[in-house]
Design a protein around this ligand. Structure first.
Ligand SMILES: NC(=O)c1ccc[n+]([C@@H]2O[C@H](COP(=O)([O-])OP(=O)(O)OC[C@H]3O[C@@H](n4cnc5c(N)ncnc54)[C@H](OP(=O)(O)O)[C@@H]3O)[C@@H](O)[C@H]2O)c1
Length: 366
């Protein structure tokens, strides 16, 4: 009932430094009763990984070497005495807890709580499963947690699967890792109209995932284009900005200010942008300007740390239900681009993700 005493890890030793593969001893080898030890089979790379490699002090202070990686798949290596939902050898996927290095995924073994582990269904490869947790959790927390939209989730008994019925949602960045999952959760929440944007090459995929309209972000990127796609006959519930640059945040605010009907509009409450980054100052100013009858818009930046106690009301049911949806083909994982080499492949994979991806997930196979 423990992690191995030592295993290989891809370590970050300084800001911007190349990843070093070394033996690592976990901070604690023994498992708590509710924990599992996972042998990594694949880890996905997310933008946060190279952002933290470049600026580790943002999160880690001076706690170097750091172990990055918070998105992975593997098999159960050992389990704590009170774990009943998983067995040794089960295939699983999970999110590392940012800053808790024993839970990180750029290493051969990790620990986490069994309650925030999903079972990988047979029809999904480990490389596909590795990219579900971080971006999926970001989509779910943004839509269902009170730090974001706070919508009833599809797993809630009191009509959660129809919570978006009669409403529209705009998803900026539909082809991004987070965007693909927001579009799919919006469909599972019953939204009547889902408007998104991406490069034209991804339009067919996004319609299959649930988008009603996919705007070509090269030629149809004005607030007017989105407002027209939403239409005048339906209430725009919120905008989920999965990209989060100052430009996309200002666009999100403008869409809500120009749409005919918005949630909160008539009651005078602010309408809502959920965003994967902190609110940008210019976008906040734009959303607070009420001249000419413009609507007030609130921007909620979220940080999706699923294993943290404050997010368990969403993250625990998310794992149970996303595993079922994956098995039933109702939730489709991001398409992986696989790098071989385990901990030795991390450096190359970080370089690929930072150089930019389009509708794909960089995944390292162990
Ligand atoms: N706060 C959190 O908890 C959290 C969690 C996850 C991610 N994030 C952040 O959220 C952002 C997205 O992450 P990700 O993993 O989803 O990114 P990603 O998959 O690497 O994003 C690449 C995609 O972004 C699209 N894109 C780029 N600029 C765009 C724009 N101006 N408008 C619309 N689409 C655009 C591209 O679309 P095309 O190729 O189709 O043109 C591409 O498919 C990152 O900044 C990341 O750091 C935050």
């Amino acid at each position: 009932m423990s992690l191995p005493q030592t295993f290989q890890a891809a370590l970050l030793t300084g800001a911007g430094a190349p990843i070093e593969v070394r033996d690592r001893t976990p901070e604690r080898a023994g498992l708590e009763p509710q924990e599992v030890a996972i042998k990594m089979t694949a880890t996905a790379i997310n933008p946060v990984d190279w952002k933290l490699r470049d600026h580790p002090s943002i999160f880690f202070g001076d706690r170097l070497p750091a172990v990055l990686g918070t998105d992975a798949a593997g098999t159960i290596h050992a389990k704590g005495s009170s774990v009943t939902n998983l067995e040794v050898g089960d295939r699983v996927f999970f999110q590392g807890h940012l800053g808790k290095y024993d839970t990180s995924s750029f290493q051969e073994y990790a620990r986490t709580d069994a309650a925030v582990v999903g079972r990988t269904p047979r029809n999904i490869s480990d490389e596909q499963a590795a990219g579900v947790s971080l971006a999926g959790m970001t989509a779910a927390i943004g839509l269902y947690h009170s730090v974001g939209r706070g919508l009833a989730a599809p797993w809630d008994d009191n009509g959660g699967s129809q919570a978006g019925n009669g409403k529209a949602i705009v998803v900026l960045g539909g082809s991004a890792s987070v965007g693909q999952y927001v579009v799919q959760l919006a469909r599972l929440s019953g939204y009547s109209r889902i408007v998104t944007n991406a490069s034209a090459a991804h339009a067919t995929l996004l319609r299959r995932l649930g988008a009603s309209t996919v705007l070509d972000r090269k030629t149809q990127n004005s607030a007017g284009d989105f407002v027209q796609a939403v239409g005048e006959d339906i209430e725009l519930d919120c905008v989920y900005d999965t990209i989060g640059t100052p430009e996309t945040q200002c666009l999100a605010v403008e869409i809500l200010q120009k749409a005919r009907k918005v949630r909160g509009g008539s009651a005078g409450a602010p309408s809502l942008v959920v965003c994967t980054h902190n609110a940008d100052d210019k976008a906040v100013r734009q959303g607070s300007k009420l001249e000419g009858g413009a609507r007030k818009v609130e921007i909620k930046g979220i940080l999706a740390v699923g294993p943290a106690p404050e997010y368990r009301n969403v993250s625990e049911p998310f794992y149970v239900h996303v595993a079922r949806w994956l098995e039933a083909g109702e939730f489709v994982p991001n398409s992986p681009v696989v790098v071989e080499g385990g901990v030795h492949g991390i450096e190359e994979a970080l370089r690929m993700q930072k150089a930019g991806v389009s509708g794909a997930k960089v995944v390292v196979k162990f």
